[in-house]
Write a protein that binds this ligand. Structure first.
Ligand code: SF4
Ligand code: FES
Length: 247
């Protein structure tokens, strides 16, 4: 414990319950004494315990792994469980991520959106003959450097921050976002996936895919896992431009 007087935090939260549409959205402000090592997870729990048990927000892992606690913190999409209040001013504004289905207050349904995305991109390994998978067969060895490169893309936790921070996604409902394009980059790297660039082009070769990206960098700036999204997108765009010319 430090001997300094703790700061008094003023946490303002955009409150709205879509199940009760007659109650208009409002901003409620709660005052809390800041504790040592306080994260927004701790602060929100304290608010719920002390002031309003109806406050909705999502947390599962509290360790930046599950992606469920993403929200707008002072307007920036990021993970609440990894955000120390010590790194913020006394006045903190919280709102739900835009674009996703609102469950209530800070709780959103990223799962529905991500499931739809994964189905649309067919985000699984496509073997040559999907019906004849031999489950006893050993996988081919993979070079460690390639495995590392695939792992780098697999660090995505589907938190949705890159989508919420993306100018194109705000304008185009069907844009797959950096999260989707990162998935295509991942499968394109994987030698077990037998789809070729022509197949990937059919999935993302339009304005709702790779050609919708305006290179504003909002995705990479917002990604709490610091994935190198722009370099992946730029590489994919170069490959897909070649396919466009060939089609
Ligand atoms: Fe979240 Fe980053 Fe994955 Fe986007 S790419 S969903 S910001 S972890
Ligand atoms: Fe899992 Fe924040 S609670 S990432």
């Amino acid at each position: 414990m430090t001997n300094e007087t703790p700061r008094l935090l003023k946490i303002s939260i955009l409150r709205y319950n879509p199940q009760i549409p007659e109650v208009k959205p409002s901003v409620e402000t709660y005052e809390l004494e800041e504790g040592d090592g306080m994260t927004l997870f701790i602060a929100l729990n304290e608010i719920r315990e002390r002031f309003d048990p109806s406050l909705k927000f999502d947390f599962v892992c509290r360790a930046g792994i599950c992606g469920s606690c993403s929200m707008l913190i002072n307007g920036k999409p990021t993970l609440a469980c990894r955000t120390l209040t010590a790194n913020l001013d006394e006045e903190i504004n919280l709102a739900p991520l835009p674009l996703f289905e609102l469950i209530g207050d800070l709780s959103i349904h990223t799962g529905n959106w991500m499931r739809g995305l994964n189905e649309r991109l067919e985000a699984w390994i496509h073997e040559e003959d999907q019906k004849e998978v031999d489950f006893d067969r050993l996988e081919e060895k993979m070079e460690p450097a390639l495995a590392e490169e695939i792992y780098e893309t697999d660090r995505c936790i589907e938190c949705g921050c890159c989508v919420a921070g993306c100018g194109t996604a705000l304008m185009r409902n069907d844009f797959v976002g950096a999260v989707g394009l990162n998935k295509i980059a991942r499968f394109r790297l994987d030698p077990r996936d037998k789809r070729d660039d022509s197949d990937y082009y059919d999935i993302i070769g339009d304005e709702d895919g790779i050609f919708g990206c305006m290179s504003l960098m909002g995705c990479e700036d917002s990604c709490p896992k610091e994935l190198p999204l722009q370099s992946k997108l730029a590489y994919l765009r170069r490959k897909m431009v070649v396919m466009k010319d060939e089609k």
